[in-house]
Design a protein around this ligand. Sequence first.
Ligand code: PMP
Length: 363
Amino acid sequence: MSSKERIYNFSAGPSMLPLPVLEQAAAEMTNYRGSGMSVMEMSHRSKVYIDIFDETKADLKRLLKVPDSHEILFMQGGASLQFSAVPLNLIGKTGKADYAITGNFSDLAMKEAEKYGEINIPCTSADKNHTYIPSQDDIKLSSDASYFHYCANNTIYGTEWKYVPETGGIPLVCDMSSNILTKPVDVAKYGVIYAGAQKNMAPAGVAVVIVDKALAGKELQYTPKLLSYQVMIDSDSMYNTPACYTIYVLGLVLKWLDTQGGVEGMEKIKTEKAKILYDVLDDSKMFSGCATKEARSDMNVTFRSTSEELDDEFVKEATIAGFDNLKGHRVAGGMRASIYNAMPMEGVLALADFMRDFEAKKG
Ligand code: PMP
């Protein structure tokens, strides 16, 4: 299939990768820059691979302006294993933690943490089916939490925190799986940031974890070695074989990000892309957004039509027209257009036209 035959893939993850990245990976597939082998075949201890690894880490540090107080780790098990790693490493301080519940994944993270300590829910949007984000005033912090956990972008419900919660010195832990690298982040404010790779960074297989080194080394005694932030810091994420190829593709994505103006450039582009779709929803009599306006995610645009039958028809016709994976998550229903960094502007404009045409035809 030529690149011209690629479709617009609105999958929530794994999702689109930038075409130049796929093309470069393809060109380097059998012989990486004269090494005579694929990156897939390299020893993770070889110089050629260590160079790839170090450059990827350095690029991530530069792009996200990660301060020296924090270490970047590449761990396995996706974001979901961080649901366990976070309490295992951090909850020992007081035996307690706060979990803001704004969707499916923060709920899963909380349920995992409950195995290791006492959990307080400082705020939740469950009362309105996670269509909004609680305000700072809604947050009832506990004074003795070891950390405060929240999910910056709710992939399923299509809501996004537009502010960084104030926690009065309690370390902030954030799941940024679906919006990392889409805007600048003040990393110094966070104890731990983690994100699965398969939305904005790379193929599945790696979780990027950015940890304040001062918080590491205090894990519960039975923490598996591979989940210990201190072990990963000491071994530079190479206690065992890392997800070598995924990290290489992440490196290519970061170089591509530079061509887009870095995270600052990406912020402009993603804001523009999301506005195009939200404008369609706001002008429409057939489609409506699922999230409240103030909480709308720039990554996952969730919406529905006037009936489930019409939703099904829309998804079916969109798929035939080359817009794939627009069906909403099974727990939320409706539709969802995931427009991560690699979704080109043309894809968003084409979907906006398709939605307007669909309404004109069926409305
Ligand atoms: N957190 C968020 C916000 C997610 O969107 C996802 C996956 N869709 C996860 C966690 C779980 O990620 P993984 O599949 O990498 O474990």
